[in-house]
Ligand binder design. Structure first.
Ligand SMILES: [Fe+2]
Ligand SMILES: [Fe+2]
Length: 439
């Protein structure tokens, strides 16, 4: 092993040993000695040894480091989480300083923690730290937080608008199409500028108001498919409204009564079409979609129809969005992870679901759709934040580090430049993780 890789391996070993063993334990002493020997060798010609980190990669000077993957990944992630840009080791670095450095890098990262201050407080002079530019990063983070809050407010507005629209329908009024069009346009605007964030919003659900969340999410997924298909704006608005109202017929039933809920499942297409047909002079697509969204391409589904019956393209698109949301948000225990839902859609493509639209939708979502909880090759765990150009290598927000410690703030990595890969998709329920809170 060359000197620089030995330093990284020593640092990784020291961090682990300090967590696991008391200071007099042989394994602890061995790990510290390993780091000291490596630094001594790397600074043997009485020059400093500099370790840089950038975008999840370690550099020795300007040379990117390769070799022992897990140690490189653990150290680079720990440095990035602690907002360290570089570590400069000076000749004469001592065992006490090695232990102090490992100790500081094991502190829980947070916005208030300064590695430089912590090292100074421990009297360390054998290693100096360059921290990432605070001001610029803080501003960037504040801006991200603002946008996130605005998106959440938009989603809450959509839910309350949906609540009002549904109660109007219950009172026998027809839905307000202008209000619905406004909701669709808001989402379309955000979808075009930041598709990943909008897809992240669609991971939200709430047990007590599941039907409102479902309508909004089916709209988001339908629009994603519509944008992927290149539909013009007018078509997207029509598709979005149709998706929003696809289950409007259910408003005519009391879903808390099991007998009525069963009837609603069978009859909501007819009831929905009936409600939407009462709106004068409007686009007919929402009515058709309400009527046809449970019709399979292979003649399965309902309501019954003749063999020649041909469904509207928007109905076929909404069917796919509806199926995906139902698969991923199914009842507790019955929901499947997003990657499995995608595989299931592909199984149903050409049977109940339109094969062309299905493939387009799956391509838009990727192999690991936004919201997938993934374990990476170094055992850290994160949530897929966006899909990349390589469908196997998404952008991941790492939430737990290699040791299972929660990262605060989380660490953003692009697997395409990071070197780690996805080894497993985890079930967010079994981890007790609310994905939408992490996006
Ligand atoms: Fe439905
Ligand atoms: Fe539905």
């Amino acid at each position: 092993m060359n000197d620089e890789n030995a330093v990284v391996a020593g640092l990784s070993a020291a961090r682990k040993a300090i967590q696991l063993y008391p200071p007099s334990h042989p394994s602890y002493l061995e790990a510290i000695a390993m780091l000291i020997n490596a630094v001594t060798a790397a600074t043997a010609d009485s020059s400093d040894f500099v370790l840089n980190v950038h975008l999840g990669r370690l550099y020795c000077g300007s040379q990117v480091m390769s070799g022992d993957g897990p140690a490189l990944a653990t150290v680079s992630m720990s440095l990035e989480a602690h907002r360290v840009e570089s570590l400069t080791f000076h000749p004469g670095f001592t065992a006490d300083e090695a232990a102090a450095l490992a100790d500081v890098l094991n502190l829980r990262p947070s916005a208030d923690l300064s590695v430089t201050d912590e090292l100074t407080a421990r009297g360390v002079t054998g290693v100096t730290v360059a921290a990432l530019g605070e001001a610029g990063d803080e501003e960037e983070r504040a801006e991200r937080d603002r946008q996130r809050e605005a998106d959440r407010a938009l989603y809450r507005q959509l839910i309350s608008a949906m609540r009002a629209l549904t109660s109007n329908v219950r009172e026998g009024q027809t839905p307000d199409m202008e209000q619905a069009a406004g909701m669709v346009e808001h989402i379309m605007e955000r979808l075009v500028s930041d598709e990943a964030t909008v897809l992240g919003m669609a991971t939200m659900s709430a047990h007590n108001e599941a039907s409102f969340f479902h309508s909004i999410n089916v709209m988001i997924y339908s629009l994603t498919l519509g944008v992927g298909l290149g539909l013009p704006e007018e078509g997207l608005v029509s598709l979005g409204i149709a998706a929003l109202f696809h289950d409007v017929g259910k408003a005519a039933f009391d879903l808390t009564d099991p007998a009525q809920a069963r009837a609603a499942q069978a009859l909501h297409p007819q009831y929905g079409a009936e409600i939407l047909s009462q709106i004068p002079d409007t686009d007919r697509a929402p009515m058709l979609v309400a009527y046809e969204h449970h019709m399979g391409q292979d003649g399965t589904g309902y309501p019954e129809r003749s063999e020649e019956y041909f469904t509207h393209p928007y109905s076929r698109m909404v069917s796919i969005a509806d199926r995906y949301d139902n698969l991923t948000k199914g009842a507790v225990g019955a929901a499947v992870t997003p990657d499995r839902a995608v595989i299931q859609l592909l199984r149903e493509a050409g049977k109940a679901l339109d094969p062309t639209f299905c493939r387009l939708f799956v391509r838009a979502l990727g192999v690991f759709p936004v919201g997938c909880v993934v374990r990476l090759s170094d055992q850290s765990v994160g949530v897929v934040r966006a899909t990349g150009t390589d469908p196997m290598l998404p952008h991941v927000r790492v939430v737990w580090d290699t040791m299972g410690l929660e990262l605060d703030p989380p660490c953003e990595v692009d697997l395409e430049v990071d070197g780690r890969t996805v080894v497993e998709v985890l079930d967010s329920d079994s981890l007790n993780l609310t994905v939408a809170d992490r996006l």
